[in-house]
Design a protein around this ligand. Structure first.
Ligand SMILES: [Cu+2]
Length: 311
């Protein structure tokens, strides 16, 4: 299956059938549209009113014509319905042996949790030639999970699960988009699907989530990017959506209720895991998202160590 003007190369078991249906509907529409417009233009010209011409004749209805313009479009619509419905069912119901990954969308990143407990951010690792089912929910607002190469797109909702499945057909890296406008960072809410052969996938899974050797501040710097803190907090003193991390540690912060706190480790920890507990003055309208409860103690310590270094 090759790519087209509309979509990239298909890379899932269902993509070629979805493309065939799409092209069928698209070309049927183009042919009908052109046919109707050309007929209107020709007939309007051919039977235009001329000065002194005869009055128009009364046209008697023709049964065959009437029947055919009811029956033919109905057949066309039924073909599309039948084809589309079969594909819809196929795409909605994952095969029972599917490998399950939990997906959590948050402003503005994607977390993936595997059955082993390993968690990755903005990188979904899956085996090829095996059905994968994604069970998805959102930590805050509506998002939508879209992998063009697999032809799957599904809304991701807060306080509810939605699911998609696909079976990748080749080893490669594929782009994921968020396709439900979710605020300032919507356009950078990107991720990749990285497909592995079954053996490579098991090897990857065995090593995933092991970060014992990385020093805390370095791990914190990685998390600052991976967890998308970078989208709201700068390191150079500029304010974007949240306060800058530059010079944060040790300073006296004024809160929304007028009280003050000295920024220490406890305050930083609370700001990350329970952002609504204390809101910085001036930020009550856009508080920090509460999507970071899944971080491990080591990850939290790493982020705090990293922020502490931004003096
Ligand atoms: Cu989004």
């Amino acid at each position: 299956m090759t790519g087209s003007f509309w979509l990239p190369d298909g890379a899932s078991t269902l993509s070629s059938e979805i493309d065939s249906l799409f092209h069928f509907v698209n070309w049927a529409s183009i042919i009908l549209f052109v046919g109707v417009v050309v007929a209107i233009a020709y007939l309007a010209y051919r039977y235009r009113r001329r000065p002194g011409g005869p009055a128009p004749m009364r046209v008697k209805p023709n049964k065959m014509v009437e029947i055919s313009w009811v029956v033919l479009p109905t057949i066309l619509v039924l073909i599309v319905f039948n084809w589309g419905f079969r594909l819809f069912v196929e795409q909605s119901v994952a095969p029972p042996n599917a490998y399950e990954v939990y997906v959590r969308g948050a402003m503005w990143k994607w977390d993936f949790e595997y059955p082993t407990g390993a968690v990755t951010t903005n990188e979904l690792h899956v085996p090829v030639d095996r059905p994968v089912r994604l069970v998805m929910s959102s930590a805050d607002v509506l998002h939508s999970f879209f992998v063009p190469a697999f032809r799957v797109k599904q809304d991701v909702l807060p306080k509810r699960y939605s699911a998609v499945w696909f079976e990748a057909t080749r080893v490669d890296t594929f782009q994921v988009f968020c396709t439900e406008y979710c605020g300032m960072g919507h356009s950078v809410m990107l991720a990749s699907v990285i497909t592995h052969s079954q053996g490579d996938f098991e090897a990857w899974l065995a090593s995933a989530g092991v970060d014992e050797d990385t020093p805390l501040p370095e791990l914190g710097a990685q998390l600052y990017q991976q967890q998308a803190c970078i989208g709201c907090h700068t390191l150079d003193g500029t304010e974007i959506i949240g306060p800058t991390f530059a010079g944060l540690y040790g300073k006296t912060e004024t809160l929304d209720d007028g009280s003050t706190v000295v920024v220490d480790d406890d305050y930083l920890r609370e700001s990350i895991v329970d952002p609504n507990a204390k809101i910085v003055q001036g930020y009550a309208n856009v508080p920090m998202p509460a999507g970071y409860t899944g971080l491990s103690e080591r990850q939290l310590s790493a982020l705090i160590a990293f922020i502490r270094e931004q003096q």
